[in-house]
Design a protein around this ligand. Structure first.
Ligand SMILES: *Cc1c(COP(=O)(O)O)cnc(C)c1O
Length: 396
């Protein structure tokens, strides 16, 4: 179908919640994409950190096709073998003594995390505890409660009334002063993704974790974007050497299939009937996640993931040095990286010109150019992507 035709249908029948770019991707191979007009792109977005083992991965498509041929969905009222295996893989890769609940998205996983915390706050101790502290510039999702947990007041302009009990700290240093007898949890991203690829300081997080543990306040880490090797370790929580009480995953776990997970060491809090999800953890999404985990566990073990992450970092840094008047400095870990751009206008131009030059790349916050390539991106694809980026920026 022609781009113009799709665009007309989209404008007529799809709600305009996204400022869409009018290209239609029809095929992908690892970090290379092709649109309906035959134009080729390098993908530094991986569908916002989702297509972690690349586009068109053969093992993944075989596993998914194979699963569909047998059974796709049965309901959580029955045992689901790939779900059980997926939970085992996640728990064992994390090294934490936890159990998993399966959902379909990041927001839904965070809703589950908030429910666990809220129930914990009701049944543990004498006074009911319900307050959850999150950070300004955070992003936790679009459902009403996840949106309220998101520390960006501009996103709360409509849609109220919201659930009560969310408090925002201006920075991690302010969190301790906000803790009180009603506080049940603190929820953070270790590297704020949508907020601008902003990592928290490791020592401060460790100090905070110790204080929370002492006060029996739960630490929830939203690893929807940072999880599944995005920052180099299976979880950013491992990179930070902390032991959260609740962790959420989503984006990169399914390799493109919708999946979310909330995992917790508070195993007894939710009982049968307290929580659920029709689609969550079904055969299809967990069969996909199992392949993603097998591929990435082996990739990490081989040392190549770390090697490629170092290489990617060196290219981001080199790009910053080539254009110091446009890119102020580089931020991030692993393959979750950003370049601070001097202003929002320039950032928009960089993204548009990159697309024209055959490179898909993201923004984060107001002034950050964001890199989230497939974790399996090759050296050749990285090189090609940066050639195109430099080409686009040089023409500004
Ligand atoms: C993307 C994201 C979410 C929301 O995930 P959805 O799958 O879009 O609901 C939540 N938290 C973080 C940190 C994210 O990056």
């Amino acid at each position: 179908m022609q781009v113009e035709v799709i665009q007309q249908m989209d404008e007529r029948f799809v709600l305009p919640t996204y400022g869409r770019q009018n290209i239609s991707i029809v095929e992908g191979n690892n970090a290379r994409l092709k649109d309906s007009e035959g134009k080729e792109y390098i993908d530094f977005t991986s569908g916002i950190g989702v297509v972690s083992i690349g586009h068109g991965n053969e093992r993944l498509s075989n596993a998914v096709c194979n699963q569909v041929r047998h059974i796709t969905h049965i309901s959580n009222l029955y045992l689901i073998e790939p779900q059980a295996r997926c939970a085992q893989k996640i728990v064992e890769s994390s090294g934490y003594e936890m159990q998993c609940f399966f959902a379909n998205s990041g927001a839904e996983a965070n809703e589950g995390a908030i429910k666990i915390a809220r129930k914990y706050g009701e049944v543990d101790g004498e006074a009911k505890r319900y307050k959850i502290i999150t950070l300004e510039h955070s992003f936790h999702g679009r459902t009403i409660t996840a949106l309220k947990a998101t520390g960006q007041e501009a996103m709360h302009n409509y849609f109220g009334p919201f659930p009560d009990g969310f408090v925002y700290a201006a920075s991690i240093d302010e969190i301790e002063s906000l803790l009180d007898d009603h506080t049940v949890a603190v929820m953070i991203e270790l590297v704020q993704g949508e907020g601008g690829v902003q990592p928290l300081v490791r020592e401060r997080v460790q100090q905070l974790a110790a204080v929370l543990k002492e006060k029996n306040i739960l630490l929830i880490v939203d690893e929807v974007q940072t999880g599944v090797y995005r920052t180099g370790e299976f979880l950013a929580s491992q990179l930070y050497d902390i032991e959260p009480d609740i962790i959420t995953l989503a984006k990169g776990l399914g390799g493109g299939l919708p999946i979310g997970v909330v995992m917790t060491s508070k195993k007894g809090v939710l009982q049968a009937g307290d929580h659920g999800s029709t689609f969550g953890g079904n055969y299809l999404s967990t069969a996909a996640a199992n392949v993603v985990l097998e591929v990435l566990n082996a990739y990490k073990e081989s040392g190549v993931l770390d090697e490629m992450m170092l290489y990617f970092e060196s290219q981001v840094t080199a790009c910053q040095r080539t254009f110091p008047e446009i890119f102020l400095h580089s931020v991030g870990f692993g393959m979750m990286r950003g370049l601070r751009v001097k202003d929002a206008d320039t950032l928009a131009q960089v993204i548009n010109r990159s697309r024209d030059a055959g490179l898909l790349i993201l923004k984060a916050g107001k002034n950050t150019l964001r890199f989230l390539p497939p974790l399996t991106i090759t050296k050749e694809e990285i090189d090609e992507g940066f050639v195109r980026l430099k080409h686009a920026v040089a023409a500004l």
